[in-house]
Ligand binder design. Structure first.
Ligand SMILES: Nc1ncnc2c1ncn2[C@@H]1O[C@H](COP(=O)(O)OP(=O)(O)O)[C@@H](O)[C@H]1O
Ligand SMILES: [Mg+2]
Length: 366
């Protein structure tokens, strides 16, 4: 899977950008404020219909304009001609998503055409931040390898909302509560099974990548937590917590509480590792996801890597670049000076360099 064309209109300082002839590794260099992160933002928008920097369209759209558009063509081995994708976001809140020229209603219908992975300055929060980010990470992976996941996920969301509503309204709704509890138990158990299967495939890939990136962190361990007592099935867990659920008016146990615990020699990795080391762990997690996706689906994801050299020393930068190049995924990566990333790639890697200057992008020869 690769982007073969990209047109950006009114995203931050990128008023009108048209790019094609991408390579596997696409390096964007330029001074601070030139528009590098905005390019990654535009590609993220193309794949996910939203920015990674801000949920607020007002900051994304070029000041003084009312809407931004990104258009791109995503090619795959089976569709070498590519599938055109277009996203438009307006200040009034409207979002228009087109896949293959047809309007689609939901982001879920878009994301399979251009799965994107982001590695940027905020990525280490995957390790140190609240569990929600790690659940999202897990869901992203499961979504892309297991088609049955998304409908169950939707069903689960519906059930838990209804169940919590009944819980808030007290004793009167006992029969209704039983119905939603039964439905919730089924959906929750299934979500857990998909996540567990995914996690068990991911963990060894992660370990392998980590061994290459930082052999000194061999004591690193990943553990998946399902969100309830593992000696119980979900139905039993719901029954066990029904008293507290009633008292507090919401569902305590379940996949909505799942997490991935990362530890080193028995201690929390987030509390122990340096920021640089945490960054490496997050890189390894996201690289492992990409590898797993390629193995399972024979599809690859697109990596958006912002300012790697400012986060990692040269040696580790090179090691991450090695894994990226080896995977064969398309990469869009930024740096300040051309030299920062020019010599990071293994021999034979297909690279293309672009210079970014005041929102204008030019291809650099050689
Ligand atoms: N909504 C906006 N409209 C116009 N310009 C913006 C907007 N938001 C940010 N900018 C400007 O866009 C430029 C590009 O930002 P960014 O892509 O983060 O730069 P880089 O990553 O190259 O340092 C910055 O100079 C910033 O001030
Ligand atoms: Mg930037």
């Amino acid at each position: 899977m690769a982007i073969s064309q990209l047109q950006i209109h009114n995203i931050r300082n990128l008023r009108q950008v048209s790019l094609h002839q991408f390579s596997n590794i696409n390096i964007f260099f330029g001074a601070n404020g030139s528009g590098k992160t905005s390019i990654l933002e535009a590609i993220h928008l193309l794949g996910m219909a939203r920015s990674f920097r801000s949920g607020n369209t007002r900051t994304l759209v070029t000041h003084g304009e009312t809407q931004c558009t990104v258009y791109g063509v995503s090619t795959t081995d089976s569709k070498p001609g590519g599938i055109p994708l277009a996203i438009q976001r307006s200040l009034n809140g409207d979002v228009l998503i087109k896949v293959g020229g047809q309007v689609v209603r939901t982001t879920a219908e878009l994301v399979e055409y251009l799965p994107v992975q982001l590695l940027d300055a905020t990525s280490f929060e995957l390790l140190s931040g609240p569990p929600g980010a790690r659940r999202q990470f897990l869901n992203w992976g499961v979504f892309h390898v297991e088609q049955r996941f998304f409908p169950v996920w939707q069903r689960f969301q519906r059930c838990i909302k209804q169940r919590n509503k009944v819980l808030r309204h007290g004793k009167l709704g006992d029969a209704e509560l039983a119905v939603w509890t039964r439905e919730l138990a089924l959906a929750g158990e299934e979500i857990h099974q998909y996540r567990l299967m995914y996690f068990e495939a991911l963990a060894p890939l992660f370990r392998e990548i980590m061994r290459g990136l930082a052999p000194s962190l061999a004591g690193l361990e990943l553990r998946y937590r399902r969100g309830w007592d593992k000696s119980l099935d979900y139905n039993e867990a719901l029954r066990a917590s029904s008293q507290v659920d009633r008292e507090q008016g919401y569902t305590h146990a379940g996949p909505q509480r799942a997490d991935i615990k990362v530890s080193i020699d028995g201690f929390s990795a987030a509390d122990t590792l340096s920021r640089g080391q945490q960054k490496l762990v997050v890189c390894a997690l996201k690289l492992a996801q990409g590898q797993l996706m390629t193995e399972h689906q024979r599809r690859s994801c697109t990596y958006l890597v912002d300012d790697l050299p400012s986060e990692l020393d040269a040696l580790h930068c090179r090691l991450v670049c090695d894994v990226l190049a080896e995977m064969g995924s398309q990469v869009f990566i930024t740096c300040v000076a051309r030299a920062d990333l020019a010599n990071m790639w293994p021999e034979g890697a297909k690279t293309q360099v672009f210079h970014v200057e005041h929102g204008q992008i030019s291809k650099v020869a050689g």
